[in-house]
Ligand binder design. Sequence first.
Ligand code: ADP
Ligand code: MG
Length: 145
Amino acid sequence: MTYTTKNAEETIKFAEKIGKLLKPNDIIAYKGSMGAGKTTFTIGLAKGMGLDVWVSSPTFALVYEYEGDIPLCHFDMYRINTLDELYSTGFFDYLDTGRVLAIEWSENIEETLPKNHITIDIQINEGDSRTITVLGDERFENIGD
Ligand code: ADP
Ligand code: MG
């Protein structure tokens, strides 16, 4: 499904709806350029998951982990180019541990990404408008209504 937002608040609200429907071991693979709103979306995702946390970009840490009923792991793969580098983030240790994994720059680990992931593609339109496409799970088909 595709949904267009007019500002960051709308993106957070939309992401909250997705977050409410997430289940343990779900993998969110973000696509979209710098400044598209991947980190902003994750703020809403965490809110929807019921996590009372301050989400910030894991650019330098590579991964931030947030505890909760369903914990959330937020990755930034921007600097990840090799399998060794991916191992160093702990990515493989986090798979199938019940956590939700939200992965910025999933483009960089495309070959390694488990097949059953949810894609969230955020495209920048004019101004503050963003077109968000959610693919890979029928749970989200009618979420924009
Ligand atoms: P990314 O993680 O994709 O690099 P960020 O979420 O860090 O992007 O930054 C997106 C920036 O764009 C934020 O400053 C946010 O406030 C702004 N923004 C403006 N309009 C939107 C929108 N519709 N959705 C999401 N972010 C938006
Ligand atoms: Mg980011």
